[in-house]
Design a protein around this ligand. Structure first.
Ligand code: NAD
Length: 321
């Protein structure tokens, strides 16, 4: 098994790499990114880090050499980043995806490809819960670029160039540091109080978001990756399940897991621009197709926070001292 991860130094890419390194069949793991890692994952002798720009075809070809069996395509400019810089978003999210698919196409054996898409492909008039039949009307450039990537993954699969799966992720928590995504506050209000820091919440307490823990996401990615192509049927896009959680419930969970003093570290600081964006997002997800394949949402916001406390918090506390 020779695997490449684009965006391999990112939040999800790095954690996926650590999980894949537990597999005995893994011979080689290429981590492709503009930035590099310097940690236990990087030190594994099976890991090769390749620094490059996904919008540059030569760089991408070097990251996906002959013999690559599997590719996880996670490299991207996230939502607000792609919205702020249209050209950058098109280059990285659309041209970059095309480069990855073309690099896969030239391999003598079609690789299995998992593409990290997003619920941002949905927009406009949404039903109370999005489901497998909800049409894609993205309202951001990022969402449009992800929707294009999904169509290409299905078409390259139909042509037999690769065996693809495009997974629509909900908001994944808890990120270890803020990013440019409008959803970043969800991680901030869950993370900072547990680290003993204050946090500002820009949206109303009744705002609801579909969430998934990164631990659960990695399980879903692995199941979808290992599923036979027939399980996906006529198209290769898969809406992932998610747990709908209100901001009020997030704050209450911080209180239960970190103590009342932790919850009190969250201050409400309304930001109408963020509230407007959050109000356009799906509030709930009904992912029956994924559920039939054995992919399930987290059971509770408490279990999401507990996985963060077990998997991430000790390393973050050590890094702070
Ligand atoms: N985290 C979420 O909540 C979420 C939700 C929906 C979809 N996604 C998708 O999942 C994937 C991974 O998300 P993440 O949270 O790990 O994001 P991230 O920003 O932490 O990681 C993305 C990585 O891509 C790299 N990258 C950016 N531009 C590049 C370029 N030109 N060439 C090479 N590498 C480049 C970045 O350096 C970064 O390490 C992304 O495609 C994202 O759109 C994430």
């Amino acid at each position: 098994m020779r695997i490449a991860i684009t965006g391999g130094s990112g939040f999800i890419g790095r954690r996926l790499a650590a999980r894949l390194l537990r597999k005995a069949e893994l011979e080689k793991l290429v981590l492709f990114d503009v930035r590099s890692l310097d940690d236990a994952v990087a030190a594994d002798p099976r890991v090769e880090q390749i620094s490059g720009d996904i919008a540059n075809r030569v760089d991408v070809d070097a990251a996906i050499p002959e013999g690559t069996t599997d590719v996880f395509h996670l490299g991207a400019v996230v939502s607000a980043g792609a919205e702020a810089d249209f050209d950058l978003g098109m280059r990285v999210n659309l041209d970059g995806t095309r480069n990855v698919l073309e690099a896969c196409r030239r391999l003598s054996k079609p690789p299995r490809v998992v593409f990290g898409s997003s619920e941002a492909v949905y927009g406009g008039e949404l039903p109370p819960a999005i489901d497998d039949a909800t049409p894609l009307y993205p309202q951001t450039s990022y969402g449009a670029q992800k929707a294009c990537g999904e169509l290409l993954v299905s078409d390259y699969s139909r042509k037999g160039f690769l065996d693809g799966r495009a997974l629509r992720f909900p908001t994944i928590v808890v990120r270890p540091e803020p990013n440019l995504a409008a959803s970043t506050f969800a991680s901030t209000i869950l993370r900072e109080p547990l680290l003993g820091h204050p946090a500002l919440c820009p949206v109303r307490e009744d705002s609801v978001m579909p969430l998934m823990s990164v631990r659960r996401l990695l399980g879903c990615i692995e199941l979808a990756w290992e599923a036979p192509a027939q399980a996906l049927g006529t198209h290769r896009s898969l809406l992932l399940p998610a747990l709908s959680v209100s901001v009020r419930e997030m704050i209450a969970a911080v209180g239960r897991i970190g103590g009342e003093e932790a919850a009190k570290r969250i201050a409400m600081r309304p930001d109408p621009a963020i509230q407007r964006i959050v109000d356009t997002w799906p509030r709930a997800v009904k992912a029956e197709r994924a559920e039939r394949m054995g992919l399930h949402a987290d059971s509770s916001i408490d279990s999401i926070l507990e996985s963060f406390v077990e998997d991430e918090l000790p390393k973050m506390r050590t890094a702070e001292v």
